[in-house]
Design a protein around this ligand. Structure first.
Ligand SMILES: [Zn+2]
Length: 384
């Protein structure tokens, strides 16, 4: 049994949208209250043991007594929020690049809360109708078939103003047929993936396809923000009783929405492309070997093409990891050594090849190598 996320676009009525937004607020409030409490606790006594999700949950009734309107919240969502906060702290303590958990703002463009599935409160009622606890029945659209047992749902509002429910379902996945094939994959910048079979999958710059339109709105966004800020400053200087805020400027909000829309489109296109590539690999091969990204040069890089490549590599590894686990295949992370200088045919070390050298001939066995395909072959041959 594995857990799978299924994303639904949901269509709440205006009253239901309000109910959903209230729940965002309740959960944001609980997050901020608990975070504040944990910070104070740590400041007062750095030796105090770290509170777990169970301990935080046990504080919820007291919080509800103090703030009675919290009783209106979907109750499993508050527990989920406590759980997420503890997870954020654990991540902060364990991993090096993770910051201290932050307070959540009402102005953050993406909002969400999570509800657990219990009995009949959250359920798919028919092909197009879902019931969300405390919110009620509404229609939905799903990209894929909904099967398996519902565990929970995350209700989300995107930066572009669309509502989603991401269902977590427990399903049984049938493994793919075995093929007895193995492959080594070199990850690159111009070509995103090069396989040891000699196949090259290009990097597609989805951001460039939409760049003109996005740039058009980015320019407007910057100009409208400047204009709005000027007018807000004027309000303050003249002590207007209710000075305007950025949210009062409709044309600024519109530009912000359009930029978010294009970013969302670009991200979706890129993710779909990577899904196609990784599912193909998992179907075709039993063993997939890629470089351990830790060894790859993931330096902070300001070059856009390189930054996009780094992001795509991480996403490829993430997708391959769970798809291999689901479908009974094996992902091997190898620590490649001299992949671009050793001959994959005879093992001769030809010394460093600069990035500009795209092909070379082994002086020992006379094999002509494509630089990247040779590297992928070395990855296939490498031991973990
Ligand atoms: Zn050779």
């Amino acid at each position: 049994m594995v857990l799978k996320g299924i994303k639904l676009r949901i269509y709440p009525s205006p009253a239901q949208q309000l109910e959903i937004k209230l729940n965002f607020g309740y959960n944001r409030f609980v997050w901020n209250q608990m975070l504040n409490m944990m910070r104070n606790r740590h400041e007062n006594n750095p030796q105090a043991p770290f509170l777990n999700a169970f301990a935080l949950n046990s504080l919820l009734p007291a919080l509800k007594r103090e703030y009675p309107w919290l009783k209106e919240a979907e109750s499993t969502s508050l527990q989920s929020t406590c759980h997420d906060l503890v997870a954020a702290f654990q991540k902060f303590f364990k991993e090096t690049n993770v910051g201290f958990p932050k307070f959540k703002s009402r102005k953050f463009p993406k909002q969400s809360y999570n509800v657990k599935f219990s009995g009949t409160s959250l359920a798919i009622k028919s092909e197009h109708i879902i019931r969300i606890p405390k919110v009620g029945l509404m229609s939905f659209r799903a990209g894929s078939e909904i099967t398996g047992q519902l565990k929970s749902a995350t209700i989300k509002l995107s930066a572009t103003g669309k509502y989603y429910a991401v269902l977590l379902v427990e399903i049984e996945v049938l493994p793919f047929a075995k093929t007895s094939q193995a492959v080594g994959i070199d990850l690159g910048v111009t070509d995103l993936m090069i396989t040891s079979d000699g196949k090259k999958h290009p990097t597609i710059r989805f951001d460039k396809h939409l760049a003109k339109k996005k740039y058009y709105w980015e320019k407007r966004l910057a100009r409208r923000r400047r204009q709005a800020q000027k007018e807000i400053a004027w309000d303050h200087q003249n002590e207007v009783p209710a000075p305007r805020e950025l949210s009062d400027f409709k044309n600024y909000q519109q530009a912000k929405l359009m930029v978010a829309k294009y970013n969302e489109k670009i991200a979706n296109q890129r993710r779909n492309y990577l899904h196609q590539l990784t599912i193909q690999l998992v179907k075709q091969y039993d063993v997939i070997k890629i470089e351990d990204l830790k060894t790859k040069n993931l330096l902070k890089n300001h070059q856009l093409a390189r930054a996009i490549a780094n992001q795509s590599w991480r996403e490829i590894r993430r997708q391959l990891a769970y798809k291999c686990a689901w479908y009974g295949k094996q992902l091997v992370l190898v620590n490649p050594w001299k992949t671009s200088q050793l001959c994959a045919n005879c093992g001769y070390d030809d010394g460093k090849h600069g990035l500009s050298i795209r092909e070379w001939t082994c002086p020992n066995c006379k094999t002509n190598h494509d630089r990247d395909v040779n590297a992928a072959k070395n990855i296939l041959a490498a031991t973990a």
